[in-house]
Design a binder for this molecule. Structure first.
Ligand code: 5GP
Ligand code: MN
Length: 325
């Protein structure tokens, strides 16, 4: 099989695997508003450690979006709370986070653990943790976890389902940010008896009527800025209330914007209780990570995001548009 890591990456994998084999208890976490890459990576690694009979827990700040409940062991994932603060872990493993702030409320707890491993594929990573394996060449952290899991033992079907989900999600159905490894890894995962059609269906083709109703309303806010090859849409709290939806029902909206011919950048502005979340997508000509970074966010050239605390939709739209001009 052609899947071969660079020497530098191989060293990192070996360092991580050493710790995983030699320590006993592990906390696995990922970023706030957990997504398909984070969740698939977390569970695949969780299974790998369980196979070694280690004590391991997955704990995130936010609850699992319903669309990922089909994943094995997804019912084992915990939400961070006061009681968890009394627990001890030898090692904290932080996946898919460009900086430690991305873990949200877990930050102080996790920083107090004796050993931290940071596994990430964002362009900008603040190099936190005792072991930092960060490399933007990977399509997803799922690809990175694949290499770790392989060294922990044979990858089983359940792990393959999770890793396939990570890769499929972060490449948006193999349409962007593919790596040189993607298809070789996927080919290997397919030998484990997973059903790729079913996984794609679960993630991308089971939109709820609620989500469609929200989309219908959101389209009324659709704007096309021809000179900038830009499309935007906004989701206000009022709209979420009216359609009885939450932010998770906006999944795929920004990807719709970038699917339009002639559009280079798609932006979704999402109002939250305490500010506005900006989700950006690019076909590659414009580096949206560069824009997100200017406002304390991050991501990749083709997909990035940032958050503006205590600002209105109008204010944030003005700021971002100015940046794009
Ligand atoms: P999304 O728009 O789907 O929330 O995120 C797109 C990409 O940008 C993902 O890789 C995500 O991790 C990253 N991202 C989104 N919001 C933020 C943010 O506030 N801070 C950082 N550092 N990255 C973000
Ligand atoms: Mn990712």
């Amino acid at each position: 099989m052609a899947v071969k890591l660079s020497e530098k990456d191989e060293i990192k994998v070996n360092e991580i695997v050493d710790i995983l084999k030699n320590k006993n208890s592990f906390l696995i976490t990922s970023h706030i508003n957990i997504d398909g890459d984070g969740i698939g990576s977390e569970i695949a690694l969780f299974i790998g450690l369980k196979k070694l009979r280690k004590n391991v827990e997955i704990i995130n700040q936010d609850k699992l979006p319903k669309m990922f409940k089909f994943l094995p062991y997804s019912d084992k994932i915990k939400i961070f709370n006061e009681k968890i603060k009394e627990k001890n872990f030898d090692v904290g493993i932080i996946i898919d986070c460009g900086n430690i702030e991305r873990v949200g409320e877990l930050k102080d707890f996790i920083l107090n653990l004796p050993f931290l491993i940071n596994i990430d594929h964002h362009l900008t990573n603040s190099n936190f943790g005792h072991i930092n394996w960060s490399n933007p060449i990977f399509s997803s952290t799922g690809e990175m976890i694949y290499f770790i899991c392989k060294k922990l033992g044979q990858i089983n079907k359940k792990q393959a389902i999770c890793l396939y989900t990570s890769i499929l999600y972060d490449t948006y159905c193999f349409t962007h940010h593919l790596s040189n490894f993607t298809f070789d890894i996927v080919k290997n995962l397919l030998t484990k008896g997973i059903n790729p059609e079913k996984i794609a269906q679960r993630i991308f083709f089971e939109k709820s009527i609620k989500s469609v109703n929200l989309f219908k309303e959101a389209l009324k806010t659709f704007k096309f800025y021809k000179k900038l090859s830009l499309c935007t849409m906004e989701i206000s709290n009022k709209l979420l209330k009216k359609t009885r939806t939450q932010e998770e029902h906006t999944e795929g909206f920004v990807d719709f914007l970038i699917s339009i011919k002639g559009v280079e950048v798609g932006i979704l502005f999402k109002e939250r209780a305490n500010g506005v979340k900006v989700s950006m997508r690019s076909k590659g000509k414009v580096d949206v990570e560069n824009i997100a970074k200017k406002f304390g966010g991050g991501g990749h050239r083709e997909a990035a995001g940032c958050f503006f605390e205590n600002k209105s939709l109008k204010e944030v739209e003005k700021i971002i548009l100015k940046e794009l001009q």
